[in-house]
Design a binder for this molecule. Sequence first.
Ligand SMILES: Nc1ncnc2c1ncn2[C@@H]1O[C@H](COP(=O)(O)OP(=O)(O)O)[C@@H](O)[C@H]1O
Ligand SMILES: [Mg+2]
Length: 165
Amino acid sequence: MFPVHLKARLSDFHNPPETPPVFIYGGAGVGKTHLAVAYLVREIQARGEASKVFIRSVDLMNRLRDSFRSSFNQAASEIISAFSRHRFLVIDDLGAERHTDLVQEALYDVLDFRAGHRLPTVITSNFSLDRVAEHYGDFGDRITSRIAGMGEILALKGRDRRWQR
Ligand SMILES: Nc1ncnc2c1ncn2[C@@H]1O[C@H](COP(=O)(O)OP(=O)(O)O)[C@@H](O)[C@H]1O
Ligand SMILES: [Mg+2]
C-alpha cells in the first residue's frame, strides 16, 4: 500500500517537528516524501495501520477526475468522503497534477472537512503555499487558507539526495 520509503524514520532528520507539519515544501530530492512517510510510519507504529493513507496527488486527482467523467466509476462523493475521513492522510506532491474546476473543489472539500475535524494531514509540494494558491485558481485561496489553518508549514532545504548516490 505504501510504495515509497518504507524505512523512512524521523530520526533520519535533524530536529524534525514533533507534531507532523501540515505542509512540507522544497526543491526536488530534499526529502519531502521521505519525511512525510516517516510521520506516517510513526503513526502506524503508534496506532495501527487502519485508515492511515499515503496517496500521490496525481493519483488522487486522477481518481476524482475519472469519477466525474464516468458513471461506472466510484462516485466522486464517495472518494471525497473516504479521503475526508481517513485518520491520517499524506497527499504527496501537491501541484504536480493536472486538474479541473471540479477537482479543485473536491480537494477543497476534503481539506475543509479534515481541518474542521482536526484530522492530521501532511501535504508535500514543490510549490510554496503562495504558488499553490495561484495553481488552484478560483479555489486557490480557500485551499491554502485551510492548509495554513491546520498546522505548521515546513520549508525543507538542502541538496538533492537523488544526485548523491
Ligand atoms: N533523511 C533522509 N535519510 C535518508 N535518505 C533520505 C532522507 N531523505 C530523503 N532520503 C532519500 O533521498 C531520496 C529523495 O527523497 P524524497 O523524499 O523522495 O525527496 P522529495 O520528495 O523531496 O523529492 C529518496 O531516495 C529518499 O529515500
Ligand atoms: Mg517527493
